[in-house]
Design a protein around this ligand. Structure first.
Ligand code: SF4
Length: 366
């Protein structure tokens, strides 16, 4: 039986302390410990709230931590100065200052090279050395839908620990399998997961979704159980999410809601059905056929972001179909990316590997 706490988020300090207490997290740290707080600061819209980060740092300090570091690595090509601006705008520096913590961009710190021996992963991956140096690792994801993995929660949040070139490679590989391979290596380093569901994201997540105010946080020493309760709150069965299912099967935690005790708030009272990325696209572009068979997640991400931008601008697409990934077929419309050169019988082809969001947006509109 695993335990997940579920608490209304009111005051950063008191709410996190209560969630940690119910989750039995005090037993995981000792005075003098070095604590790594790993939020989701991916570089775009929909990041972990600074107030939740502050609460976790305050909790660590009150447990007697000697050093508290808030660390993440944004998207793989994010320049250091842009990352600093992003952290500042997200309120992370202010949260750390208020709670006696430091902020680091993993991309500017050493990575530890790990041989993998896993066909789902590159032969070697680089993970932030801080993940291994810390005595206590608090994983602090935000609850969001995601068009590659359905949801992004604690398991997916571990991807931020990768060195930039491995993040890029993950998007060229089978992303779900790679994330499970990564979790097998990194999840044992995670001490506690604190799920930020203060303001969640539904629809075209991770970067183009819609905010959902929930006012909750959850905490657990079981990463998979925390993600499973997050799914429940979003109206998604944990077993629908391949990375959760595969991590549970690999013995990394519990996904069976019947074997997870939730302490604090009743999750049923807060459950709602999140709009899923594919539903959002189908509703917003009902006449557009989309074929993504065999596509790398980098291309899927850019296509969905392009569609979200077109929608935000009040524009529409000018093609009946769009195909990426090279394994399907369309008869007219737009084929996107180098591997789709032979997919369309007629129509327009956009080269690139992957083409950028801006290039796809232009091609879809014109
Ligand atoms: S063009 Fe094809 S191979 Fe290149 S990123 Fe897109 S889907 Fe992958």
């Amino acid at each position: 039986m695993s335990t997940v706490s579920l608490v209304r988020f009111a005051d950063p300090r008191a709410s996190v302390i209560e969630a940690m207490r119910l989750a039995g997290a005090e037993a995981t740290t000792v005075p003098g410990a070095s604590v790594l707080v790993k939020p989701n600061l991916h570089g775009g819209h929909g990041h972990t709230s600074a107030r939740v980060i502050e609460g976790v740092c305050r909790w660590a300090r009150e447990q007697g931590a000697a050093r508290v570091v808030v660390g993440d690595g944004p998207f793989w090509s994010c320049p250091a100065e842009q990352a600093r601006q992003y952290f500042r705008q997200a309120g992370v520096y202010a949260a750390a200052e208020a709670s006696g913590a430091e902020v680091v961009n993993f991309h500017e710190q050493p990575y530890r090279t790990i041989p993998t021996n896993d066909p789902a992963l590159p032969d070697q991956i680089g993970l932030s050395d801080l993940l291994f140096q810390a005595d206590v690792v608090v994983n602090v994801p935000i609850l969001k839908t995601h068009f590659n993995t359905l949801v992004t929660l604690g398991i997916k949040n571990l991807k931020g620990c990768l060195r930039p070139k491995d993040k890029k490679r993950f998007h060229e590989m089978e992303l779900n399998a790679a994330l499970v391979g990564l979790a097998k290596i990194a999840a044992p380093r995670v001490t506690v997961t604190v799920l930020d569901a203060t303001t969640a994201v539904e629809g075209l997540g991770p970067a183009a979704g819609t905010e959902v105010g929930m006012g909750l946080i959850a905490a657990s020493r079981d990463l998979v159980a925390a993600d499973s309760v997050g799914c429940f709150l979003a109206g998604i069965e944990p077993g629908e999410v391949r990375i959760i299912r595969d991590c549970a099967q690999a013995g990394l935690g519990e996904m069976d809601l019947g074997r997870i005790e939730v302490l604090g708030e009743d999750p049923l009272a807060h459950r709602r059905r999140f709009r899923r990325p594919n539903e959002e696209v189908a509703e917003q572009f009902p006449d557009l056929e989309i074929v993504t068979d065999g596509a790398c997640s980098a291309c899927v991400m850019n296509l969905f972001e392009a569609l979200a931008l077109i929608r935000q601008e009040g524009q529409t697409v000018s093609v009946p179909a769009v195909a990426i990934g090279g394994k399907g077929r369309i008869w007219a419309g737009l084929t996107v990316g180098a591997c789709t050169r032979d997919m369309g019988a007629e129509g327009q082809h956009l080269p690139g590997c992957p083409p950028s969001t801006a290039e796809i947006r232009e091609a879809l509109r014109n």
